[in-house]
Ligand binder design. Structure first.
Ligand code: ATP
Length: 344
């Protein structure tokens, strides 16, 4: 289903929770609504579902305005964080629930449920109850149940939040694959950037009720349009006194400029080790954190703190070591504009 949202607003009393949000979603896309807690993600999802009435704005499904349509007539499937399975029903009956409501025949129901049981890898579990399933399995039942009545849009509110870390990673890949196979337009809410990056075709970054940016995970990472997006997606250090860094003197001459520097744009080496020696800065290793596949290095360049990574093949550094530092690229922002500066 193609979705269009125009100038969507939601007020709760005096509180403006969703501010003039507009976007379009292509049919079959998987969208991640990402942002800090309280930003308005769930409110947007609930308005799409018809569980919350917009204060103003239009919600358009397939070219038709659905603002006044009740939830059950919007062709939507839901998956919530807390499974919300019917505890007194088996897996089979949970999945069949929406089909029984639609008064489908026993044979039709059986065919659809068995298809979904197969699709979601739940074969053999049809007669179990929720308490006899793992968290991951329960969430798959919730997914199958939501898909059973063949909705046009699937809404998932923090679908992995209640599941432990290892299974969560597996479920993410599983969900992405499943949604691609079914080809259903889907929107999921998360506050976990890694999850959004890994799962979504497109991410919408929501903060303080506003849509900050919409784009592919890669695009958002590479070309953040606001300081908030740049600092929310990916790791970075924020530097107030960028003008002090060699190669960025011009950038720092504009008033109020802040710089955001990603770890992968910082090169470090023993003094003399870096190719572009003219632009290197003397730095000192402050802390080292072992991360399994690499070292995270906290550096001090003058009084500026930077973070980068160093691969295990390289000679190990120690706190207090003098190093040369080369910053290749920085995102620069002030109140009026944002731009990228490079040290070539
Ligand atoms: P979280 O990740 O914590 O769920 P969120 O981004 O989904 O956050 P929302 O749940 O949409 O954010 O809430 C946005 C803001 O609106 C919050 O400040 C919340 O307190 C407020 N809010 C949400 N629902 C109501 C309500 N029914 N009445 C009053 N305020 C509400």
């Amino acid at each position: 289903m193609h979705i269009e949202v125009r100038n969507l607003n939601k007020n709760f009393g005096d509180f403006h929770a969703v501010k003039d949000v507009s976007f379009e979603i292509e049919k079959g896309h998987l969208i991640g609504l990402l942002g800090p807690s309280g930003g308005g993600k769930t409110s947007i999802l609930r308005m799409l579902a018809g569980l919350e009435t917009p204060s103003s704005g239009d919600i358009i499904f397939h070219g038709k305005r659905v603002n006044d349509l009740p939830p059950q007539e919007r062709g939507i499937g839901f998956v919530f964080q807390n499974y919300a399975l019917f505890k007194h029903m088996t897996v089979y009956d949970n999945i069949a629930f929406g089909l029984k409501v639609k008064k489908q025949s026993k044979e039709q129901i059986r065919e659809r449920v068995m298809y979904l049981v197969e699709l979601t890898g739940l074969k053999g579990f049809e007669h179990r109850y929720a308490h006899q399933l793992s968290g991951g399995q329960r969430q798959r039942v919730a997914f199958a149940r939501a898909l059973a009545p063949e909705p046009q849009l699937l809404l998932l509110d923090e679908p992995f939040a209640a599941i432990d870390a290892k299974i969560r990673t597996e479920l993410r890949t599983w969900l992405k694959d499943m949604i691609e196979r079914v080809g259903i337009t889907s929107i999921f809410v998360t506050h976990d950037q890694e999850e959004a990056i890994e799962v979504a075709d497109e991410i919408m970054i929501i903060s303080k009720g506003k849509l900050e940016q919409k784009g592919s995970p890669w695009d958002i990472y590479k070309n953040p349009e606001t300081p908030f997006v740049a600092s929310f997606i990916g790791e970075s250090t924020i530097v107030d006194n960028i003008g002090k860094l060699k190669g960025f003197e011009d950038a720092g001459s504009r008033p109020g400029t802040k710089a955001l520097i990603r770890p992968e744009y910082i090169e470090i080496g023993k003094p003399g080790e870096i190719r572009l020696a003219s632009a290197t800065l003397p730095g000192k290793v402050k802390h080292l954190h072992f991360r399994g596949s690499e070292w995270m290095v906290e550096l001090l360049v003058g009084d500026t703190k930077l973070i980068t990574y160093r691969s295990l093949e390289k000679e190990v550094l120690h706190p207090g070591d003098q190093v040369s530092v080369l910053v290749h690229r920085a995102y620069l922002f002030n109140d009026n504009e944002s731009w990228i500066a490079e040290n070539k």
